[in-house]
Design a protein around this ligand. Sequence first.
Ligand code: SAH
Ligand code: SF4
Length: 425
Amino acid sequence: MNFYDSQVILEQMKRCGYKETNDERAANLIILNTCSIRAHAEERVFSKLGEIKKLKQEKKELIVGICGCMAQYHRRALFERFKFLDFIVSPSNINRLQNIIEEIKEDKTKVAYLGNFKNSLKNINPDKKGKVSAYLPIMFGCSNFCSYCVVPFLRGKSRSRKLKEIIKEVKELSNQGCREVVLVGQNVTFYGKDLNNEATFSNLLKEINSIENIKRIRFITSHPKDLSEDIINCFSKFPKVCPHIHLPIQSGSDKILSLMNRGYTIKTYQDLVEKLRKEVKNISITTDIMVGFPDETQEDFKDTLNLVEEIKFDQAFTFKYSPRKDTLAFKMKNQVEDKIAKERLQALITFQNKISKKNNEKYLSSIQEVLVEGESSKYEDRLYGRTDNFKTVLFDGSKDIVGRLVKVVIVGYNMRTLKGNILND
Ligand code: SAH
Ligand code: SF4
């Protein structure tokens, strides 16, 4: 979602006449798009602001602003701590940036746009020309209020976009040469439930499936409590829906899941995995797991490891619980000592890495259909792409095949990527 928001920001700055640069010293405008999910993400922004302060001292006309969740989380306190900031803009207001920049240039005052959660439905359509794969938000905000999470406070309640509006955008993307759409939302499996009409997630998939030049449909993130049979059936009913699901489990302990207010049990999750693996050939399942949540005992953590061993996720994004003000978990008893949480995180990462690598072994010598997404930034003539089930494949080839579906034989692997040789047709 943040990646998409950055594109919306960039698009508007282009319309204001700015050009992109990688050189901070050459910039006349610096915008940090930020995340408040964990304190760690924020600390990196604070240290970056320290560097930018020096640039601003040398170049008084430099405009500096903070966009995204940190603006909404810290609000005007950011102006007190970082006196040189010109503006702060919350996620729901980023589509006003063009006006905001003009306001700052004219009035030379500090500007804050916060709250206003309904606003985000009016979207700026970032330029996607030449993109093989494009992110497309289908909803904003989240109404789940998991007890650890700040998203509902910072991005507001769930608001689905109109089905017709999304389809129109996918058609435009397809006409511009895009081959894959990635539908994004905090809980895409909830799509449409807040609209008073026939729009459902499965209807949306059905309609996109019929758009000719779109070859692949992906979506993130799915929530176990809303993953219905109707949605699972879409994988086999609509051939363009890729066999990959990101289905965050968070913990292997029912006690912790309940404290987290996740709305499902381990048994529900296990049943979903069984159904998905039975009904969708080659499906890969990725997940998010958090350790060190309040009241997580060594036993609870062991349950998480056991579940990870049992399910054998293709990949897991692992996090150490970070207390966030306003959330219910912030005030919970039995907060876990940081040292213990760190140890658990390290143990979990080591454990999952072995599983991820082992999972990739089975691809050796297989032939995969890969959508060529671009050139590797490290090596010349090295391309990267994805299999339909979301495995990254690296292989040699020339960049004029970017955007095409090619056949690749897999000759190597590690825990994150597959290595292949392209087959000539
Ligand atoms: N809407 C998505 C996730 C969005 S946040 C979902 O519910 O699946 C991405 C991940 O960040 C979450 O799945 C969770 O594992 C992690 N996360 C969220 N809040 C956190 C916190 N306070 N501390 C640590 N990790 C957190
Ligand atoms: Fe946060 Fe839970 Fe909503 Fe995901 S589903 S954004 S973790 S509140």
